[in-house]
Design a protein around this ligand. Sequence first.
Ligand code: FES
Ligand SMILES: [Fe+2]
Length: 394
Amino acid sequence: MRDGKTLDWEIGDPEEALTLPSRYFFDPAIYAHEVETIVHRSWHCVCHRSEVPEPGDFVKFDIDRQSVLVVRGDDGAVHAYHNVCQHRGTRLIQERRGQIKRAITCPYHAWSYAFDGTLKTAPRTGALKGFDPSEFSLKAVRVEEYAGFLFVNMDLEATPLAEEAAGAEEAMRPFFRDLDDLVFVEEVDYEIDVNWKVIIDNEIEGYHFQLSGPVHKELAHLIDFKGYSMTPHGKWWDFKGPPKAVETAFGHPVAGAAYQTDWFYNITLWPMTTLYTFPYADVIGTFNKMPLGPEKTLLRFGHYRPKSREPGALSRAVIDWFNTQLGPEDIDLNLMLQQGVHSLGFDQGRYVIDAERSANSEHLVHHFHRLVYEALTGGDAGPDARAETPRAAE
Ligand code: FES
Ligand SMILES: [Fe+2]
């Protein structure tokens, strides 16, 4: 940052720290710096590998002003490119997903690219002085498969995701028993006028769970909060809660239902990819937050089911409930918070963190803010940045 003062924040002991200053949630200069240091340099989940089974199958991923194309090549490998023509910079593909026949062709002057990114044809360039088509291949983006999902990173030097998120796949597998055998069900997008961190802050604390709207209480009723844990592990964190004995969930009988787990399980890979499942649901959800501006974010709720089973009535109810009730209830909370951060009457509050790191504690919010701060300032913010472990789980 050119203006060093803008980033000032005392991270401190989580139990005593003041919250990230409110300008972090709207200041265009801080946002621009986040784009450079976080958006352009982190791993982002695009889709599940089953969404691009054949050569030419693609999924497009947009974040801030960038657009990335993930496409299955003729060689069977998955490739990722910046979604931009090398002639004069037209965006190549507009659709979120689909199948390309033979080549990726620019809609403007029809330059066309093979799935391996090489420029195959470019009309009227045959006699062009010093024109070497091999210098005009699509620009590559890193792509890696992790836990069955495809992630991209625009930083060609990025640490491999498996290394950055070491341990995350092992942690999630017991709760996502069909992780290797998923197919896409549907996704819903909400573009909302909030900073991306507001959404994550809301997602990673249980403090509001039993205090906010009725829909949250409906979920809380299925979880035994005495056994709930929320645990940071460096660049990923998870929270989970064991089941309560219930006969119905989401308006349907639990007996006889197929499900991934009877636990509530939610895991986030830095910075903004969340995978989760609700108790008794036979689906795995993705909950991704793509910043589009300092106060604009695309929320994407995706759902995946085991290949061999259509969602039963309970699981179908969970998808609808999440898309139309829980999601919107959280969006309302986020919008109210975004209004407040501009107030001349607020700058920093307190993280409500208890020694037990209980279900109602905001320690993950502090952990997340620490990671944001470290990314922005290019350093390790403190000795316990990576080692914060909930005491209750020790
Ligand atoms: S901009 Fe793509 S072919 Fe001209
Ligand atoms: Fe919530």
